[in-house]
Design a protein. Structure first.
Length: 239
């Protein structure tokens, strides 16, 4: 996890009980899209907010031949990530920025991080800084307008992925607090990335590992329409 946050949020994310990984299906799909875009081997891929490294470990075989670095501000997450990623660095999106030179990265993975940030505008500025011109940004985040959230809102329930407290769940399905501060629709995410200086923004859908077993076929089918998919995968290039 990488988060520009208050001391209370920092303590929350340093709690080992707070999940720092997402589903393998999303990680594989994201890595496949990036591998196809990168082409020639030997390029530098930076996983910003790598968490415990499980997503990078899933992506590594697909990105074989490329150099992969994980960055996170949580010392506990980096301790768990090191055996999976190999090369990890402590860094933050605020307080001086990431410990990387301007334009050094060919690609950035930014998976399930932006929804946790107090200042996502600054975060995108920093990601754009470390990317070379034309470099690839692969971003994933939960979809506020996922197919089941539309129904929940109509019924007066809080959408899945959204939270009103770091101490407990209120008014929505689920039992796990994960610290989401911001949520995006496909339309909002595309506009946000374009305004931040990214071009050729393409958004696809991915399933959510937390969907009940009986609804997983429907969730996978929803990926064909990104606007209603559980997870938004955005691929953009630095302008």
């Amino acid at each position: 996890m990488s988060s520009d946050s208050s001391p209370g949020l920092r303590d929350f994310y340093e709690d080992p009980a707070v999940p720092v990984a997402s589903g393998d299906a999303r990680s594989r799909r994201q890595a496949q899209l990036l591998a196809a875009a990168l082409g020639a081997p030997g390029q530098l891929v930076v996983d910003v907010g790598c968490g415990d490294g499980s997503a990078a470990a899933t992506a590594a075989p697909i990105l074989a031949g490329h150099r992969l670095i994980g960055i996170d501000w949580s010392q506990d997450a980096l301790r768990r990530a090191r055996p999976r990623v190999g090369h990890v660095v402590r860094g933050e999106l605020d307080h001086g920025g990431l410990p990387l030179a301007d334009g050094c990265a060919d690609a950035v993975l930014f998976s399930e991080v932006i929804e946790h940030l107090v200042d996502p505008d600054h975060a995108l500025d920093e990601l754009r800084r470390i990317l070379r011109p034309g470099g690839h940004l692969m971003l994933s985040t939960p979809n506020l307008a996922a197919w089941y959230n539309r129904g929940l809102l109509l019924a007066g329930w809080q959408p899945v992925f959204s939270e009103v407290s770091l101490r407990g769940i209120h008014g929505r399905p689920g039992s796990q607090v994960v610290g989401h501060l911001r949520l995006y629709t496909a339309r909002a995410l595309r506009s946000f990335l374009a305004t931040a200086g990214f071009e050729e923004v393409r958004i696809t859908g991915a399933p959510f590992h937390g969907v009940p077993r009986g609804l997983r076929l429907l969730d996978r089918a929803a990926c064909a329409v990104p606007a209603v998919a559980s997870i938004l995968l955005a691929h953009a290039r630095r302008g």
